[in-house]
Design a protein around this ligand. Sequence first.
Ligand SMILES: [Zn+2]
Length: 142
Amino acid sequence: MPVPKVNLRRIDRTSSPAHTGKLRYAIDFIVPEDTPVLAAADGIVTHIKDDSSLGGSDVKYWDHSNFVVIMHKNGEYSRYDHLAHHSSKVAVGQHVLANQEIAKVGMTGYTFIPHLHFQVFVATGINIWTDFTTVEVNNFVG
Ligand SMILES: [Zn+2]
């Protein structure tokens, strides 16, 4: 689980209008702001955006989401979005363990209510930002 179970209000796979196409297996974990975000599995941090303080229920905020991307040894990546401003607790290249806190939930990017947007994806080309597809995940533990 990418958030502590005690903070989880519900898991929502379908409500977000953004969960279509290659984002169709993304999952929203509805939690309060400042909930710790946990690495879903062991891996290496590959990308971080942490400098945004902008967000809200307008698609104009799409590119303002703070996020962390972790690469796992099975070739999959996990991505965590809508993180709080300057809440990252990790650095690019850092090895993280499952359940390690990596940031806090915020309201950055295109988001209607506080939640963690979580997706597991695999690269399908050389550009990780455009050439990817999300992978279905069902077996949450924790
Ligand atoms: Zn989402």
